[in-house]
Design a protein around this ligand. Structure first.
Ligand code: FAD
Length: 303
């Protein structure tokens, strides 16, 4: 009989979309086409990632500020504390607040390649400290990261859950998970969160896969397991982008439908600045596009 379809009398699921700041003009127009298409799905917020180093951080700020100016979307700015003093991080946060940004995804960030994390002298030493610091700057809404397969540096599964709880106790109100491919992995993680006393939403981070090779490399870098069945499904599509995309759609649709059938009603999508798979999967979840509000049209014409 298949998985049950969403009961359309009940509210549509809550969606959020993640983008990365563009490095080139071509990537910038790709991002904005993506934002415009996904805007019609009325996500509760959209987030923009934050890289190490000055220029990428300015690009995050510019992208978020443009979302505030030109769209009807509610932006969330990712912010990391690795390699920066508390004062510098607080200044960035204040700039966001002044630009009208009220939601921060607070992260520790990763050390430079092949070295272990070391707190900046006078910096925030962990995401939990960063959350507390941001709350002192202004009353931001704060989301934090969660790891269904444990953060690679955590000494144990429980130590990582305790750390997640510290971040929420410090003032975050939502966790978003690292990418995972096995619905069961996430559902078991939710059980462990509850057992740890975590009551805030722990939203699954969904990465629709259109480039399997790239997804495998990304998964390896963040400790996400690539199940054999997934590799088998994509096997033989290396030279066949059309089929690969269709396989990617089927895999992601199955994953979100399984989660939905288990009561999950909030989803965060790693869009990779490509709208099509996310749009189709949101549609499968029962979300339907709505025309942009008139004010948006005016802003779009002006921009
Ligand atoms: P933390 O929560 O501080 O945890 C880091 C590690 O330290 C964990 O192993 C934790 O268990 C351990 N730990 C923390 N405190 C203690 C303590 N007191 N005692 C013992 N152990 C402790 N990175 C970017 O650079 N830019 C982004 O935009 C970005 N966005 C992301 C979005 C999401 C949804 C996710 C899941 C990750 C994102 N990342 C991003 C990656 C993130 O920066 C890395 O995973 C980083 O290594 C850890 O960040 P964190 O905020 O989880 O750190």
């Amino acid at each position: 009989a298949g998985l049950p379809m969403r009961d359309f009398a009940s509210p549509a699921p809550i969606l959020s979309f993640e983008f990365f700041p563009p490095r080139t003009e071509a990537l910038e127009s790709q991002l904005w086409a993506c934002i415009r298409r996904l805007e019609t799905m009325r996500p509760s917020f959209v987030s923009v990632t934050y890289g190490a180093g000055g220029s990428t951080q300015a690009r995050t700020h510019d992208t978020v500020a443009r979302i505030v100016r030109e769209t009807s979307l509610t932006p969330a700015a990712h912010l990391t504390c690795v390699g920066a003093s508390r004062g510098a991080v607080d200044d960035v946060a204040r700039q966001y607040w002044d630009a009208g940004v009220r939601h921060i995804v607070a992260l520790r960030g990763d050390p430079p390649k092949d070295s272990a994390f070391e707190a900046h002298p006078g910096g925030y030493a962990s995401a939990a400290e960063l959350v507390a610091g941001l709350k002192r700057v202004a009353d931001f809404e704060i989301s934090v990261a969660a790891y269904p397969e444990k953060h690679p540096e955590a000494t144990s599964v429980q130590a990582d859950l305790d750390n997640l709880k510290r971040k929420l106790d410090a003032g975050a109100t939502r966790a978003i998970t690292q990418v995972f491919f096995e619905a069961d992995t996430y559902l078991r993680f939710l059980d462990r969160c509850l057992a740890t006393g975590i009551t805030e939403p722990v939203v699954p981070g969904i990465m629709p896969v259109s480039n399997f090779g790239a997804a495998v490399r990304f998964a390896a870098s963040c400790g996400t397991t690539v199940p054999d069945w997934l590799a088998a499904m994509f096997g033989g599509t290396e030279e066949d982008a059309d089929t690969r995309r269709m396989v990617g759609a089927v895999v992601a649709a199955e994953q979100v439908r399984l989660l939905q059938a288990n009561g999950v009603d909030e989803f965060h999508f790693y869009t990779l600045n490509r709208p099509d798979l996310t749009y189709a999967i949101a549609h499968v979840l029962g979300v339907r596009p709505q025309a942009a509000r008139p004010a948006d049209d005016a802003a779009a014409a002006a921009g």
